[in-house]
Design a protein around this ligand. Structure first.
Ligand code: NDP
Length: 451
């Protein structure tokens, strides 16, 4: 006899787990299937382990700075295996918490791949069991995209980089987005010679232009090579590493190649055709703002929908779905003014409109910009400056965007995001008393627009 549940969730990452727990809390019978590890990209091979690696890498700068503050240090040594194992213990701990939270919520968790067998049926691939579900939620996330070049399979992606047996002496990273700059910066600080190869004219397309320039020059000042308007044409294995052919006609020998060329929605072999689920660009599942697909019994949340590929967005989309469908409390996830961080070093924090977007949409805008040396650089010779920028609508005085590049940018922008969401004006920023001495005080003390 076919078992029946109110909700079947495919994929136990951030969005799927939240949806399953909330729906169960509303009284629904819920099953969730996961083919890899519970926790999804964020916990297992994304945000969490990446931030641990970033924190590890920043000790390199701290050791240098410490000397100018009077500390005498023997030459510190870094051991990758220690960090890799500590990281693994932490993500295993988190994975356990995810599983326990599901159990506590009385969600039946199945460690298996699951596919759609029809509009209201799911097949558990390890057992062949068919489950009938009142509603199905697809939360399968994304997977790294590899450009179609000879030797692409020789490169690692963000799936493999966390568990390298040893760090290479050098790496060529293709891409100029989140993953390329985050890994470029952290690996450089862990002692790897980094070359970033990017096809466009400036890294971090879509971010405010001042941030992009500031970050690129800070990365170069740290010894990271950035080749723009360049692509990898081929990767070949050599005795002691790899040789990459570049579109410039040059070739490079390197210890490792990483592709950070974007991610694609993970829908391969999911049975979307069997259920009649429509997809759009990049194979993403097409959804309405409340995460409905074209099939009335099937919803989708998170990276598989290719809206905003960020963990807190997937969580909200999953929560909104569960409250709406099982809790009688309809709401949708708002995708506007979402704060975002890039954990490069220096770090980027950004919320709201870039200068370019603001000019397109609002016409007259005022720009407030400040660069300065953060206090912990003052005693050392570190030349690195911090950038802060406010984009203000002249007609309404509303602050449309806050963009920061420098230490703790993410922490500052999380808080500035509240003001942006509330529609704060520049006058209200100005009326806020500065907290001295801090870097963040610059956000409320910039008085003269630069344009
Ligand atoms: P991104 O979209 O950020 O960057 C992809 C990069 O690869 C871009 O520079 C893009 O160039 C380039 N690229 C794409 N296709 C090709 C190709 N065929 N050949 C050469 N270059 C190519 O993706 P990531 O993989 O870095 O990260 C995926 C997503 O994960 C991010 O967009 C983000 O949503 C999320 N993420 C968030 C993080 C955070 O919140 N801190 C951290 C890591 C990931 P172009 O600019 O020209 O398109």
């Amino acid at each position: 006899m076919t078992r029946e549940v109110d909700l079947f969730v495919i994929g136990a990452g951030s969005g799927g787990v939240r949806a399953a727990r909330i729906a169960a809390g509303h009284g629904a019978s819920v099953m969730i299937a996961e083919e890899f590890r519970f926790g999804g990209t964020c916990v297992i091979r994304g945000c969490v382990p990446k931030k641990l690696l970033v924190l590890a890498s920043r000790f390199a700068d701290a050791f240098d700075e410490a000397r100018s503050f009077g500390w005498q240090l023997d030459a510190p040594r870094f051991d990758w295996a220690t960090l890799r194992e500590a990281k693994e213990r932490e993500i295993s701990r988190l994975e356990g918490i995810y599983r326990r939270n599901l159990e506590n919520a009385r969600v039946e968790a199945v460690a298996s791949r699951a596919t759609l067998a029809g509009p209201d049926t799911v097949r558990i691939e390890t057992t062949g069991e068919i489950i009938r579900a009142g509603r199905i939620l697809i939360a399968t996330g994304g997977t790294p995209f590899r450009p179609d070049i000879p030797g692409a399979e020789l490169a690692v992606t963000s799936n493999e980089i966390f568990d390298l047996p040893a760090l290479p002496a050098s790496i060529v990273i293709e891409g100029g987005g989140f993953i390329a700059v985050e890994f470029g910066c952290l690996l450089a600080r862990l002692g790897v010679k980094v070359c970033v190869v990017y096809r466009g004219t400036q890294i971090m397309r879509g971010f405010d232009d001042d941030l992009r320039e500031h970050l690129a020059s800070a990365m170069r000042a740290h010894g990271i090579e950035i080749l723009t308007q360049t692509e990898l044409k081929a990767i070949e294995r050599k005795e002691d590493g790899y040789r990459v052919a570049l579109s410039s006609g040059e070739s490079r020998d390197t210890g490792l190649v990483m592709l950070a060329t974007g991610r694609l929605p993970k829908t391969d072999g999911l049975g979307l055709e069997a259920a009649g689920v429509a997809t759009g660009a990049k194979g993403a599942i097409t959804v309405t703002p409340d995460s409905r697909t074209n099939v009335p019994t099937i919803w989708a949340v998170g990276d598989v929908t290719n809206r905003l590929a960020l963990t807190p967005i997937a969580i909200r989309e999953g929560h909104a779905f569960a409250d709406t469908e099982f809790g009688g409390k309809p709401w949708t996830c708002d995708h506007h003014d979402v704060p975002a961080a890039v954990f490069s070093t220096p770090e980027i924090g950004t919320v709201g409109l870039t200068e370019t977007h603001a000019r397109e949409r609002h016409g007259a805008i005022a720009i407030y910009r400040s660069t300065f040396r953060p206090m912990h650089n003052v005693l050392s010779d570190a030349p690195e400056r911090m950038l802060m920028k406010l984009v203000v609508d002249v007609a309404t005085d509303r602050v449309l965007g806050v963009h920061i590049c420098g230490p703790d940018a993410a922490e500052m922008v999380q808080v500035a995001g509240i003001a942006i969401k509330m529609g704060a004006t520049k006058a209200q920023f100005d009326a806020t008393v500065a907290l001295h001495p801090s870097a963040a005080e610059e956000l409320v003390t910039m008085r003269t627009p630069v344009t």
